[in-house]
Ligand binder design. Structure first.
Ligand code: C5P
Ligand code: C5P
Ligand code: ZN
Length: 438
């Protein structure tokens, strides 16, 4: 794949010598970090370009593309070839979503699925492209790691990511993955939305008592952070969380790689940066998100306040879950939020639910929310194994019409609102076909 990126970069430079560039990227953390890397790279090359961030690649986005531009899609487009083949211009794609049709002739694409390569997110590909353009761009490697964490690819680090970690001089630690791992533990326990511990989550006194009971004390009045814990304290913390939390998830899920990044002159947890970038973008402030990624001072305060608001929105959405329409079976749950959760938040909520361990491995979570005259669908597979939710949505959208794409364990779709019932009925039919293991 690295060799193909060399050729891709060469072709890109050739095509853009006298032609302006239009960059299109996706609105989640991986898409925003991808766009930040590309922005800096093209600025350094002194090339003329403009950038648009989209929720998804709908047909209308493609129809509105300017003529006489070279198009560069990042972190999207692998499932939109039917529209892309109509584009008159030369098209370059750096993407990692599953490919579902033949690659059109006007397209040059780098996608790890084509190379039998380790999983690399959009930002990882954007970084490899940037590094090919100039060694100077190795200072953008941290963004590739934030994108990777955003897309939850941080569990199996392969050869390519190991090199990117080296380029970024990022320290990786094993530990409890509640974030930010750099801040006092009492605050993490109090505010964490990743786990729920009765009488601890949401309570400052409860969090302090919890830590006192397991012998994790304060130094100069301040609690240790996760990265300051020694092995014994880490294992005590994990045992205590496992005993107290309400769900049935295994403790292994609580331990993982922690990536510490020097960001705005402070050591920060990549999960925290990723959450903040995601918040800015999903609340419609993608310019702030990109400035924040590129560590522009003026964006810091804005990003902080947007993040606070986003967290409140998430809590509100999670609190509304009990009143939403649900269809549940052994191996799936369909949650129809209608207009009670925003379309831009439904993916985040589906991810939180699938990680919350309220549902067991192999369960498909399908969440739906209205978006004007359309319905946004977000599907997640609990745990790693189970059916391919992208193929699942694909098979239903084939019948009812709409856009669809994503990965084995995380996919999305968009359909017309008047197809709501038909969609649910067809989805149920597909979900009820038992998976036969061969
Ligand atoms: O468009 P993209 O590939 O960047 O997004 C994948 C989305 O799916 C991310 O929002 C990521 O957090 C989510 N995800 C998930 N569970 C997984 C893998 C990804 O919720 N196992
Ligand atoms: O929007 P959501 O977070 O549910 O998306 C899950 C995954 O499916 C992401 O990787 C997203 O890029 C992808 N997706 C897509 N085409 C769509 C909707 C989502 O490729 N129309
Ligand atoms: Zn991505």
């Amino acid at each position: 794949m690295i060799k193909a990126i060399k050729e891709f970069a060469y072709q890109f430079l050739k095509e853009t010598k006298n032609t302006p560039i239009k960059v299109i990227s996706h609105h989640d953390t991986d898409g925003i970090t991808s766009a930040s890397i590309i922005t800096k790279t093209l600025q350094r090359l002194d090339l003329e370009f403009s950038l648009t961030i989209v929720k998804q690649l709908e047909e209308s986005v493609i129809k509105e593309l300017p003529e006489g531009h070279v198009i560069l899609f990042v972190d999207l487009a692998s499932n939109s070839f039917n529209y892309i083949k109509e584009i008159k211009n030369k098209v370059f794609i750096l993407d990692h979503h599953e490919i579902n049709s033949e690659i059109p002739e006007n397209v040059s694409i780098i996608n790890p699925h084509l190379f039998n390569e380790e999983e690399i997110s959009g930002a990882g590909l954007a970084y490899l492209f940037a590094k090919e353009m100039s060694e100077e761009n190795t200072d953008l490697a941290y963004l590739a790691i934030i994108g990777m964490v955003g897309d939850q690819m941080d569990k199996n680090i392969g050869k390519i990511y190991n090199q990117i970690l080296k380029d970024a001089s990022i320290e990786v630690k094993k530990g409890v993955t509640l974030y930010p791992a750099t801040r006092p533990l009492n605050k993490i326990l109090e505010y964490s939305s990743d786990i729920f511990i009765p009488e601890v989550t949401g309570s400052s006194e409860g969090s302090a008592n919890f830590l006192r009971d397991i012998g994790i004390g304060t130094i100069n009045g301040q609690y240790k952070s996760i990265i300051d814990l020694n092995e014994e304290e880490t294992s005590k913390l994990i045992t205590a969380i496992t005993v107290h939390k309400t769900d049935n998830g295994s403790t292994e899920d609580l331990i993982g790689n922690i990536f510490l990044i020097n960001f705005f002159n402070r050591l920060e947890d990549a999960r925290q940066i990723s959450a903040m970038v995601n918040a800015c973008s999903r609340l419609g402030e993608s310019a702030v998100a990109i400035s924040f990624c590129l560590q522009k001072r003026s964006s810091k305060e804005k990003a902080d306040s947007i993040y606070t608001k986003h967290k409140q929105n998430i809590v509100k959405a999670l609190n509304s879950l009990p009143i939403l329409k649900k269809i549940e079976n052994d191996n799936y749950v369909i949650i129809n939020a209608e207009d009670k959760i925003k379309d831009t938040l439904i993916g985040t909520i589906a991810s939180i639910i699938s990680n919350s361990k309220e549902y067991t491995q192999g369960k498909a979570i399908i969440a739906m929310a209205y978006n004007e005259d359309k319905i946004k669908v977000s599907a997640r597979m609990v745990g790693k194994s189970g059916r391919n939710v992208r193929e699942l949505l694909n098979s239903v959208i084939d019948i009812v019409g709409g856009e669809v794409g994503g990965h084995h364990a995380a996919a999305g779709a968009l359909l017309q609102k008047d197809k709501e019932n038909e969609f649910i009925e067809e989805l149920k039919k597909k979900l009820e076909i038992k998976l036969v293991k061969v």
